[in-house]
Design a protein around this ligand. Structure first.
Ligand code: GTP
Ligand code: MG
Length: 554
């Protein structure tokens, strides 16, 4: 091999060598530029070294999955975590929940209006009294009521609404003469008066408000449960269903308002932030702003309260088995309907409790990041995944099993007497057992810490107080006392047994009785039930401890 001779310089050296005829000034400038280039290059090297070291030091995030059937309380649990551990993000987002809360309220009111409207129509057909109802009485979810509704704009002069003989007061109230308080429609059970008809008429525009809010939130409506159907446990590595089915609830299919959902968090919040104007669905090109919507809602505040507090209306709901406490916004003894005047006011700002109680169905999987700033694990990041719990959403859970560190499984135990919306032959509690069994028996999850929340204890308490007997729906419950401690203990034992029997490897059983919507503390005097904040603290510590132990074992 021939080496280059010392006399013949290599081509690169020759190329970067200073020109032979370089003047002293040019030389000084060249050396200055070379020194600057060296300084920049050293700085970049330092940065790269620092980043590599930081990456080496950074602890991997802890991944927590929230699982459970639809309406078990997963998203509500995430909200509680945000409130406790990501206060700044929570405060930033709180105002954007206002439209969701308005939508929850308006949907509840429309559900009541539908029920009363149908009862009035029914009564009318019995008595043959001609009466014009402000909306279609066919179905809660029908959209064919536009014609009726179009004629009922809020801005119709109250005088034209008032029946002959009625007075319109200075503050815009219609005062009926004594004779008009007499029944106009007698359904043999309910004596509807002119006042009821007026209430229905004046609250009619809320139907349009509902559609407007749904479009504004980018929320698609789900017309019926068939959209949500699917296999109970579509996970490839899990075992067969639990035997001994529970008794499906026999009560008739109550009127359920259309559910609505958004696929991504940023979607609806983004739309609200942009303050978009929504074109009215009637296609008349009229635009309704958020302010217009607020105006209509606040105008209806007093009437909403009157409707909700009316004994006849409560009677209709009871007759039609419409349980408003199953609707969003209900917790303990409080509800969005009770608070209608506060929520509908023009300067309404949602409180923490309002946001916790509001409901937006989850579709797909949503990711939340938490960075703990205090304690031994400062700087540790948590990734929390909130999934849609309806059967049609469950196959999306499986890809997240692989690198999960912990699972918080939400099992609402108040639902022992309810059918599953996606398949009404199945008892909702049985669906939770099925899911829990599949999670426990998954080999992929064998080493994953499982934490069970026996949720909705407040609603369970309420049902038991109403005299609903567990043994009617869960025959194996037998003659045990029909009270909260005994019932909760029994359900806890069932879940513990399923875990023990089906887990591929022995695992601890961590369970909590919760009521994640009730804050700051659970009002039922039971030492078993802690406040949600304490429960979350315990869960956080438990997950961290378990994670560290696992890491040491590795
Ligand atoms: N009374 C009461 N209501 C609850 C409790 N937990 C959740 N809720 C309510 O139940 C409804 C459903 O809660 P979510 O947290 O949206 O349920 P989810 O599991 O996320 O449901 P999907 O998104 O459909 O899977 C909401 O209206 C909540 O306010 C509870 O402990 N008590
Ligand atoms: Mg959810």
């Amino acid at each position: 091999m021939t080496r280059p001779s010392v006399d013949s310089p290599d081509p690169l050296t020759a190329a970067i060598a200073p020109p032979k005829d370089e003047s002293p000034e040019q030389r000084t400038e060249r050396e200055r530029q070379e020194a600057e280039a060296q300084r920049v290059s050293d700085m970049i090297d330092e940065q790269i070294k620092a980043e590599v070291n930081a990456k080496k030091r950074k602890k991997p995030p802890i991944k927590v999955l929230l699982l459970g059937q639809s309406e078990s309380g997963k998203s509500t649990t995430v909200k509680n975590f945000q409130l406790a551990y990501a206060k700044n993000a929570w405060l930033d987002e709180r105002a954007s929940w206002r439209s969701v809360i308005h939508l929850n309220l308006v949907r509840s009111v429309n559900t009541i209006l539908d029920a009363v409207g149908r009862e009035m129509s029914h009564a009318q057909s019995l008595s043959q009294i001609p009466i014009h109802l402000p909306f279609s009485s066919s179905s809660a979810s029908s959209d064919d009521d536009d014609d009726d509704e179009d004629g009922i704009a809020r801005n119709i002069a109250l005088h034209s609404l008032a029946p002959p003989g009625a007075m319109v007061t200075a503050d815009g109230e219609i005062e009926l003469s004594p004779i008009q308080h007499r029944p106009i429609i007698n359904s043999q059970e309910f004596l509807f008066t002119e006042q009821h008809r007026l209430l229905l008429l004046r609250l009619g525009p809320l139907r349009r408000v509902q559609r407007n809010l749904e479009s504004r939130l980018g929320a698609a409506a789900l017309d019926n449960a068939s959209d949500l159907r699917g296999p109970a446990t579509p996970f490839p590595d899990t075992a067969a269903p639990v035997s001994a089915p529970l008794v499906p609830a026999k009560r008739p299919n109550p009127t359920r308002p259309r559910e609505f959902f958004v696929r991504s968090r940023s979607g609806w919040k983004g739309a609200l932030d942009r303050g978009t104007h929504i074109e009215d669905e009637t296609g008349d090109g009229k635009e309704e702003s958020a302010d217009d919507v607020l105006e209509v809602i606040s105008d209806c505040a007093k009437d909403i309260r009157a409707l909700w507090q009316d004994e006849m209306v409560q009677g209709v709901l009871a007759k039609r088995k419409i349980r408003m406490e199953d609707q969003p916004g209900f917790s303990d003894d409080d509800s969005f309907l009770d608070d209608a005047e506060r929520i509908a006011s023009r300067d309404y700002e949602p409180s923490d409790d309002d946001v916790i109680r509001s409901r937006l169905r989850t579709m797909g999987v949503q990711e939340y990041k938490f960075l703990f700033e205090k304690g031994s694990e400062t700087g540790r990041e948590w990734m929390m995944y909130d999934v849609g719990g309806a059967r049609s959403c469950r196959s999306a859970w499986y890809p997240f099993f692989e690198d999960a560190n912990a699972i918080i499984f939400l099992a609402p135990i108040s639902v022992f007497d309810e059918p599953l919306a996606e398949d009404r032959k199945v008892n909702r509690l049985e669906d939770s057992y099925l899911l829990w069994k599949a999670i426990c028996s998954s080999k992929l999850l064998a080493k994953v810490q499982l934490i069970l929340f026996l949720n909705k204890c407040d609603l369970l308490q309420r049902k038991l107080k109403r005299g609903i007997e567990v043994k009617r729906y869960v025959p194996t419950y037998g003659d045990r006392p029909n009270d909260l401690p005994s019932v909760a203990k029994y359900f806890r034992q069932q879940f513990a047994y399923i875990s023990k029997k089906n887990s591929p490897e022995p695992r601890g059983f961590y369970s909590f009785m919760t009521s994640v919507v009730v804050r700051p503390s659970f009002h039922i005097p039971l030492t078993d039930i802690q406040s949600t904040a304490i429960t979350l603290g315990t869960v956080r510590e438990g997950v961290l401890r378990n994670h560290l132990q696992e890491a040491e074992l590795i």
